[in-house]
Design a protein around this ligand. Structure first.
Ligand code: NDP
Length: 289
């Protein structure tokens, strides 16, 4: 078949979670408690609620204790700050995550600054972002870390390759670009103001789409034999009137001409959750070493 290999995030995530489960069991019997993760959610944003459920379910599967807190949409800034302070002090909590977005009356950036950098399992505290910028070890943002782990698993050589990252958010695009740079790729970051996007993407040996627009990347914008990573998650209504998830890449057309491609779902998404679990275990082992 001319079809390329799929970068199977779902299968890799499962393998890593099996290893984490065994490690958590060992840590629990050595130190007397499981690693703990607190996911803070504000309001009832349906997509966020689904992500939070997913994260908590994954914790349970590998034996990590969940200390989730769900606040009403009108919660005050100071109440969340107090909760973060308390969780920062709590010796049973190794990871704290604020599910974004939060309602507009809250200062999300300041809340992220409040989280103890050693418990910042989403890697969004300025100290951890600074470490990433310097190429130092630290807690790293889960989606970008998951992408890098997937590339490594399939032994994709990044040295000297042209990598184009479409999207420049602090959550996905920027940290992925920094990690690719650290891995010696030559990195271009594109965004909504980029001129001639197709011209850039056609030169990409590694193309990362992290935008949130279905079919933004079509086959004519992809270099033959490229490696395509689709971070986007978009809910669309298909021809049968059914709701389903797609990425930013026109998957059926692009898969025929690329060397490797991530499916949506089953590519980057499962890796993201798994890196969150891994960061929580990493943070636990650091406090016990
Ligand atoms: P943001 O909305 O924060 O960022 C989107 C980026 O895309 C921006 O930098 C924006 O540019 C850029 N952009 C928008 N339109 C275009 C365009 N027409 N051409 C080029 N660039 C464009 O989203 P996130 O980074 O948070 O998420 C991106 C996608 O990834 C979403 O679909 C999200 O659901 C998904 N996601 C998936 C995860 C997973 O686990 N698989 C985890 C996190 C997110 P500008 O800066 O100029 O506005």
């Amino acid at each position: 078949s001319v079809y390329p290999q799929l970068l199977d995030g779902k299968a890799l995530a499962q393998r890593i979670q099996d290893q984490l489960k065994a490690e958590v069991e060992r840590l629990k019997s050595t130190y007397g408690r499981p690693p703990g993760l607190a996911v803070l959610m504000v309001g009832d944003h349906p997509a966020s609620a689904a992500y939070v459920r997913n994260k908590e379910r994954a914790c349970t599967k590998v034996g990590i204790a969940s200390f989730g807190q769900h606040f009403p949409a009108d919660v005050s800034q100071s109440e969340i700050e107090q909760t973060i302070d308390r969780l920062n002090q709590d010796p049973n909590v190794d990871g704290i995550l604020l599910q974004l977005p939060v309602p507009a009356h809250l200062n999300a950036v300041y809340l992220l600054h409040k989280i103890d950098p050693d418990k910042d399992v989403d890697g969004l505290h300025p100290l951890n972002l600074g470490r990433l910028l310097r190429g130092e070890r630290g807690l790293q943002s889960c989606t970008p870390a998951g992408v890098m782990r997937l590339l490594r698993e399939y032994r994709i050589d990044l040295k000297g390759k042209n990598a184009v990252v479409v999207g420049r958010s602090i959550l996905v695009g920027k940290p992925i670009a920094l990690m690719l740079l650290e891995a010696d790729a030559t990195v271009t970051i594109a965004h909504s103001r980029t001129k001639n996007l197709a011209e850039l993407t056609r030169q990409a040996d590694i193309l990362i789409a992290a935008v949130g627009r279905p079919n933004l990347i079509t086959a004519d914008q992809v270099k033959p034999n490229a490696i395509v990573i689709d971070v986007g998650i978009n809910r669309v209504i298909d021809a049968q009137g059914k709701s389903r998830l797609v990425g930013d890449v026109d998957f059926d057309a692009v898969r025929e001409m690329s060397q490797f491609i991530t499916p949506v779902p089953g590519g980057v998404g499962p890796m993201t959750v798994t890196m969150l679990l891994q960061n929580t275990v990493f943070s636990y082992t650091r406090t016990h070493s």
